[in-house]
Design a protein around this ligand. Structure first.
Ligand SMILES: [Zn+2]
Length: 313
């Protein structure tokens, strides 16, 4: 095969997934390596380099895109990531550039997902949008005029830590009432404990020892009233927050991504109704709520590889 390819790498606390994608988002190769087995970051770089050499693809790689927790786009470094074994500041982009002799671009995983939607996914036709990743936490990427907003230090767009409830739930960041303590897989599970309802005692979810967010969605579809209330509450909290965020960048659409969003258009429609109710007049009936179209593909690797095409174009 002789084709221009981007090497996309999604660095995670346990595993790092890497793959080769072309400019149209076709994935030609994908594999994962245990991040925790690499004592130093150089080991990860070397393992991926040798694998690329082995499959004869080194010459086709035009650039390297890396999505990583606490990744800083400006410096190409991972800074004090709590879930990685490598401590302190890791110059990962530079290490890849040195070994591969190719340009490497690094950013945090939520930003990589936003660029991925723009190059390959649900935001192909949009110049102003915000991606909201509903996973363990809530990540976001803000795009204005087809440019990701980084802010002066690379940390712009942390919508998950905008406080939406005064003196609300305690958050991992040390503060209270952050959006992600409500609107995320973890937030949905906390709602099982923390929400009161007349239907709680009879809900099937209370019988599960270790319930997950998808159980709440599953039971809700089967008519469980308490689970329906939890989803309604989650959609309301998120929808009202998205209404307020519109004041910042006036997006054409919010694109929902991640486990909760995968439960489909129904959840997105609920979020949209609550958002419309709370929007300032000038924004009403103008903002769509879309579901990511990258779900069925490896979005993390595609998002990381899209950094390369975004840089080249
Ligand atoms: Zn927080």
């Amino acid at each position: 095969m002789n084709k221009k390819l981007a090497l996309g790498i999604d660095v995670g606390g346990t595993n790092s997934v890497f793959g080769l994608a072309d400019e149209d988002g076709n994935l030609y190769f994908e594999e994962s390596i245990e991040t925790i087995s690499c004592k130093v970051p150089e080991e990860l770089v070397e393992k991926i380099y040798l694998r690329m050499k082995e499959i004869g693809q080194l010459k086709n790689i035009v650039g390297i895109g890396i999505g990583a927790p606490n990744g800083n786009f400006f410096s190409g470094t991972i800074e004090f990531a709590p879930n990685l074994k490598w401590k302190g500041i890791i110059p990962l982009a530079r290490l890849f550039e040195y070994r591969f002799k190719r340009k490497a671009i690094l950013t945090n995983d939520a930003n990589a997902a936003a660029i991925g939607e723009m190059i390959y996914g649900a935001a192909k036709d949009l110049s102003d949008f915000v991606t909201i990743t509903l996973g363990t936490g809530l990540g976001s990427g803000v795009v204005v005029s087809r440019t990701l907003v980084y802010g002066h230090d690379g940390f712009a767009g942390e919508y998950g830590h905008i406080r939406v409830v005064n003196n609300g739930r305690s958050c991992g960041c040390g503060r209270n009432g952050c959006l992600e303590t409500y609107a995320s897989a973890t937030g949905v599970v906390r709602s099982i404990k923390e929400l009161d309802s007349e239907h709680k005692a009879t809900s099937k979810i209370m019988a599960l020892e270790d319930p997950h967010a998808y159980d709440v969605f599953r039971f809700s579809e089967n008519g469980d009233l308490f689970c329906r209330e939890i989803i309604e509450f989650t959609a309301k909290t998120l929808g009202e927050a998205l209404a307020d965020f519109a004041c910042f960048s006036s997006p054409k659409a919010y694109i929902l991504f991640g486990g909760i969003a995968q439960s489909g258009q129904q959840f997105a429609d609920k979020v949209k109704i609550y958002m419309e109710d709370a929007l300032l007049n000038i924004y009403k009936d103008k903002i769509e709520v879309r579901i990511s179209t990258l779900h069925d593909k490896n979005a993390a690797v595609l998002g990381a590889s899209s950094l390369v095409w975004n840089q080249l174009n």
